[in-house]
Ligand binder design. Structure first.
Ligand code: FPP
Length: 236
């Protein structure tokens, strides 16, 4: 099977999942966190090396304080106590995003989980938190400008070289999944998704289980990736 090396998920539809059941939106985030944990373990079993997920965008701060606080509490709880299986599996957890505007206990939890899992080598779970794709590019450009100021020669600088200036120097995304029915990328990992295959599903994220994930992998397997070139076998 041709398994994507780097899969990214826009975990959408938590709120609607809860509302459909007459529950508070936050209950969708609670259920979504369980789904995320299961998927991270499953993705590794399927041969995926890197899983990136959109947990909270820089724009999500526009939501009600109650919902934002609930999501941050969930993050703290999961990083501090619930990621034991992920650690045992050998998954390294990294967090992408700006540290500004985050609560002190959230920053502590981020540092804790990154430190605890830093030597793990089975795979990587990249959690995007207080994250924006344009922000990541801007932050990278600022770092590059500093290096240039300090004498870096950029006469042969290539697009691949810019990955070094992203939050964690992760490789390009092969497969981007968006749950919840919308068909947009919402400022997620813009630099890394330049040649990603897109998979959209109406399934709400809490219901996006292992078999739904496998469906996305099977779809990917049948895609004809040309990276701007021509696939000789199919186009002669
Ligand atoms: C979008 O659904 C989802 C989010 C804004 C949050 C996603 C977060 C998680 C799944 C939990 C992350 C947990 C950890 C431990 C990292 P939505 O609320 O916009 O859904 P809607 O479109 O139905 O309203």
């Amino acid at each position: 099977m041709n398994v994507p090396n780097h899969v990214a998920i826009i975990m959408d539809g938590n709120g609607r999942w809860a509302q459909k059941r007459g529950l508070k939106r936050s209950m969708g985030h609670k259920e979504g966190s369980k789904t995320l944990e299961k998927l991270a373990l499953h993705a590794i079993d399927m041969g995926v090396k890197i899983l990136s997920v959109y947990a909270f965008s820089t724009d999500n701060f526009k939501r009600d304080k109650e919902e934002v606080d609930y999501l941050m509490d969930l993050v703290v709880k999961y990083f501090n106590t619930k990621f034991e299986k992920i650690n045992k599996k050998g998954i390294k957890v990294v967090i992408s995003g700006r540290k500004t505007n985050l609560r002190a206990d959230v920053i502590d939890a981020i540092n804790g989980i990154e430190e605890k899992t830093q030597n793990n080598t089975t795979g990587i779970l990249n959690i995007c938190l207080n994250y924006g794709g344009q922000e990541e590019i801007v932050d990278g450009a600022i770092k590059l400008a500093e290096d240039i100021k300090n004498g870096l020669d950029v006469s042969n600088f290539k697009r691949e070289d810019f990955y070094k200036y992203m939050y964690h120097e992760l490789p390009p995304i092969d497969l981007l999944i968006r749950t919840g029915g919308e068909k947009r990328v919402s400022n997620f990992m813009l630099y890394e998704m330049s040649y990603a295959e897109f998979y959209f599903t109406t399934t709400y994220f809490p219901d996006f289980d292992k078999s739904e994930f496998n469906k996305a992998l099977f779809t990917y397997e049948n895609r004809d990736r040309r990276f701007g070139g021509i696939n000789d076998q199919k186009h002669n």
